[in-house]
Design a protein around this ligand. Structure first.
Ligand code: ADP
Length: 205
């Protein structure tokens, strides 16, 4: 298995890049999607979360109030650590399962594992072959993240401040795709990275 970790700050363009890998028939496993699945309505994790953080993090219909949980942990690093201790091992286990299934069924040359919090989390280090960082200017991150969500500028900046700094992310990268231009340009850069990597994978096989 050859695994490319795809990471970057909020609004940097990870999801757009991941979509292009998928169009190239590269299997994509997204830890954010898994986190959503694990906290979807009916998930056994919801009662545990409510017990840990109070019923206020649930909506009236019993589903997760993501905004309430986010606000709760953003203001409180200790609570955030408790949330991560509960969620991260479960996300990791499911991600590994998906990667193994893809490998068995599809035998791809490589797979993409989207991990927004890669640098906050050592768990994935041993399974990753290459770290690909999607990067753009911070003001652009803010405006793109705001355009996509209900978040205010202040909220996006608070999330950015709680994430690994851009500098640390860039230092940790094996490859960087700069996404200050158009989506077309991003797509072309992903294609180029893909073509280069396919050659590397072929050589190392
Ligand atoms: P992330 O997954 O890193 O949070 P997304 O890929 O969802 O970021 O991008 C954030 C928003 O910005 C999305 O609405 C996306 O379509 C848009 N976006 C991403 N890259 C570009 C780009 N190069 N040009 C214009 N919009 C972009």
């Amino acid at each position: 298995m050859y695994i490319v970790a795809l990471t970057g700050g909020i609004g940097s363009g990870k999801s757009e890049a991941a979509r292009q890998f998928a169009r190239l028939n590269v299997p994509v496993v997204d830890t954010d999607v898994i986190a959503h699945e694990l906290t979807a309505a009916g998930s056994p994790m919801l009662p545990e979360l409510a017990q840990m953080f109070g019923a206020g993090i649930l909506n009236a219909d019993g589903s997760l109030n993501r905004a309430a949980l986010r606000t709760h942990v953003l203001d409180n690093p200790a609570e955030r650590a408790r949330l991560e201790q509960l969620l991260h091992p479960a996300i990791y286990d499911r991600a590994m399962q998906h990667l193994r299934d893809n490998d068995r069924k599809l035998q791809p040359q490589y797979q993409v594992l989207v991990i927004p919090l890669l640098f906050e989390n050592n768990r994935y280090r041993s399974v990753i072959d290459t770290i690909l960082v999607i990067d753009c200017d911070e003001d652009m991150q803010v405006s793109r993240a705001m355009a996509r969500s209900q978040l205010t500028e202040q909220e996006v900046r608070a999330i950015m401040a709680a994430q690994t700094s851009r500098t640390i992310r860039l230092i940790g990268a094996d490859e960087i795709i700069e996404n200050n231009g158009s989506i077309m340009e991003l797509i072309e850069k992903v294609n180029k990275f893909h073509n280069k990597l396919i050659k590397t994978c072929l050589v190392s096989k």
